[in-house]
Ligand binder design. Structure first.
Ligand SMILES: NC(=O)c1ccc[n+]([C@@H]2O[C@H](COP(=O)([O-])OP(=O)(O)OC[C@H]3O[C@@H](n4cnc5c(N)ncnc54)[C@H](OP(=O)(O)O)[C@@H]3O)[C@@H](O)[C@H]2O)c1
Length: 256
């Protein structure tokens, strides 16, 4: 069996940078995202640069059928998922009552359901083997309610709570779960979320820096990683200040 890292949302942003770090360490890859052309280009670029095998599977991970497709692909190609990176996700900016309900459903399917199901399938196999590492991508948005990104923030609360709970359950099994909480990061996320002029999102980290912090933390089996001094400071402030004060601060940072 070929030890492989399965990465969702590998066609761009943070997921692509994490992909490059695995390749640099000589770890074979299974890349998932919708855009087939991008995945093919990434496969060619990486295989030219590093001695690794890059598998890819174009699939819409907000569709529940994608889970079976992934399981079948992994089985048919005799892959052993030693690393799982649940990174694919998107946000949506604006008043909850003015947003599109179908988009909210898809966000929950992708950010929560698919992440939970892939964790279920591969954490079970990792536990049987006694080894494996999972990186689940939450956000600093999980640390307080986020007016104007209400559904998105709530999906990331799920990721954080769920990941830290199963991490505890899997203690001493050889399987680790690390949760990544990035702050604003310069990727395509803001175009998709229609959130380009929000005050909170004017100071951004590069996806390369975020990916490196995340990758190192996952490889060490750490519980939680918040990349960047500013984001760490914000997380601290949110923890020590009263909830209503934090909520008002969030409203100001998100703009009107
Ligand atoms: N950027 C930030 O400021 C920030 C901050 C905190 C947390 N995060 C989290 O970080 C993660 C990565 O986001 P990013 O910033 O790198 O955004 P991004 O540049 O928009 O990348 C998102 C990735 O997810 C894939 N994806 C989106 N919808 C998909 C679907 N339905 N099925 C399969 N793949 C899908 C995209 O590929 P295709 O379009 O090809 O499908 C792409 O590869 C997300 O979970 C996000 O919530 C981002």
């Amino acid at each position: 069996m070929k030890k492989t890292a399965l990465i969702t949302g590998a066609s761009g942003g943070i997921g692509l940078e994490i992909t490059r770090l695995f390749a640099k360490d000589g770890i074979n890859l299974l890349l998932l995202a919708r855009n087939e052309d991008k995945l093919l280009n990434i496969k060619q670029e990486i295989e030219q640069q590093y001695p690794v095998i890059v598998n890819y599977l174009p699939t819409d991970l907000s569709n529940p059928d994608s889970i079976k497709t992934i399981e079948n692909y992994v089985e048919q190609n005799d892959l052993q998922i030693e690393y799982l990176v649940n990174n694919a996700g998107f946000g949506d900016f604006g008043r909850f009552t003015k947003r599109d309900l179908q988009k909210c459903r898809e966000m929950i399917a992708l950010n929560i359901t698919t992440l939970m199901e892939l964790s279920y399938i591969y954490a079970r196999k990792m536990e049987e083997r006694g080894s494996g590492r999972i990186l689940n991508v939450s956000s600093i948005a999980a640390l307080q309610p986020v007016p104007l990104m209400a559904v998105y923030g709530a999906t990331k609360v799920f990721v954080l709570s769920f990941s830290e709970a199963i991490r505890n359950e899997l203690k001493k099994t050889g399987v680790t779960i690390t949760t990544l909480l990035p702050g604003p990061t310069a990727t395509n996320f803001f175009n998709k979320a229609e959130a380009n002029n929000v005050p909170m999102f004017q100071y951004m980290m590069t996806p390369q820096k975020v990916a490196l912090s995340a990758y190192k933390a996952m490889m060490k089996g750490k519980k939680r990683v918040i990349p960047g001094f500013l984001n760490k400071s914000l997380a601290f402030v949110v923890k020590v200040l009263p909830g209503d004060f934090v909520l008002n601060m969030a409203v100001r940072l998100m703009g009107k």
